[in-house]
Design a protein around this ligand. Sequence first.
Ligand code: F6R
Length: 248
Amino acid sequence: VPVTIVDDLKKGSVLAAKQIARLIRDKQAVGQPCVLGLATGSTPKTLYAELVRLHQEEGLSFKNVITFNLDEYYPIENDALQSYNSYMHRHLFSHIDIDPGNIHIPNGELPKEAIKQHCADYESKIEAVGGIDLQILGIGNNGHIGFNEPGSSIYSRTRLINLENSTRLANAYEFANISQVPRLAITMGISTIMKARKVILLAWGPAKAPVIRESVEGNVTEQVPASLLQQHSDCAFIIDTAAAAELT
Ligand code: F6R
């Protein structure tokens, strides 16, 4: 996997935003939609702030952009403060000119018996718009991408999964306490992510250094889901020097 090492998350976020903006404008120039796969969590916050700035100050339009988010807690109300749905509106969608009909986020509000169909429909919708052009990823300390925890199959599709306790602990800061963190989530699968034409994984800070080393230099294994990206033909990591500290 090609790795770009930047001084800090601000520089890495600006670099990723430039690549996204170029893709959006290239697609606009030929009258095509631009399909983005998006992540949440702390990692892409500065990227979204930069995309908002490009919209507000440099005229970048999102009118031709279609988005699919990677994941959502289950169960959770869409407008709960901690939902990835409200995160996306707060950090990006409320500040840009995207058509609300072009936004897709797994729905954490559905009754359990409706989830299977919802997940199948999510895959169909991605296929119906021609697939994801560019997928943005963060990485969990255990190597998860989306919420594909270790052991997720390379063939997995969008589905309901159990969150590891380490993941719930890592995300507990968003909730009143760990018992409030949902035990389940809906996530795109590894195969859904691998089908994206281009993938950019972002990682900042020293806590990610061990898993970055495993993902970039370790064996390709379902035990470290991000290591599977070594088999993607157009995947790049943009990481800061702290996250790169354990690369040899
Ligand atoms: C979020 C997601 C997760 C996060 C990962 C890292 O949509 O898919 O894989 O990217 O848990 O989270 P942060 O960025 O909070 O360290």
